[in-house]
Write a protein of this length. Structure first.
Length: 122
């Protein structure tokens, strides 16, 4: 597992926007597509809601799918309808396979491909 970047409060918002715009250009899907699929994912909708209005002190029983995000809630932000955790994009389950295939297309070894993927997306 790669070392995570500093929590969001240590990073200037302008830096996040800049990194987001760079990342958008290298990913095999657009930010608009990621935002569209994010809106169709009930878990990520919950993450977006709480990142905007504030996280509760405790999650409800029916919000168990949010637990991994709750643990890192201080690192989560929303930019252009996409969820960022630190400086990496959170990708919906629907797009993960497509992105991994695109990353692996360069015929690199699997370990290197995974390292590249982890540096850009979650």
């Amino acid at each position: 597992m790669p070392v995570d970047p500093a929590p969001m409060d240590n990073v200037k918002i302008s830096e996040i926007g800049y990194v987001f715009s760079l990342t958008e250009k290298v990913l095999p899907v657009t930010a608009a597509a990621i935002a569209k699929y994010t809106l169709s994912d009930s878990t990520l909708l919950g993450v977006m809601k709480y990142s905007r209005v504030g996280w509760p002190k405790h999650l409800k029983e029916d919000e168990e799918s949010l637990r991994p995000y709750y643990a890192r809630r201080d690192e989560i932000g929303v930019e252009g309808g996409c969820i960022l955790m630190g400086l990496r994009l959170v990708i919906t389950e629907q797009l993960r396979k497509q992105i991994l295939v695109e990353i692996h297309t360069g015929h690199q070894e699997i370990v290197k491909s995974k390292a590249i993927a982890r540096s850009y997306v979650l």
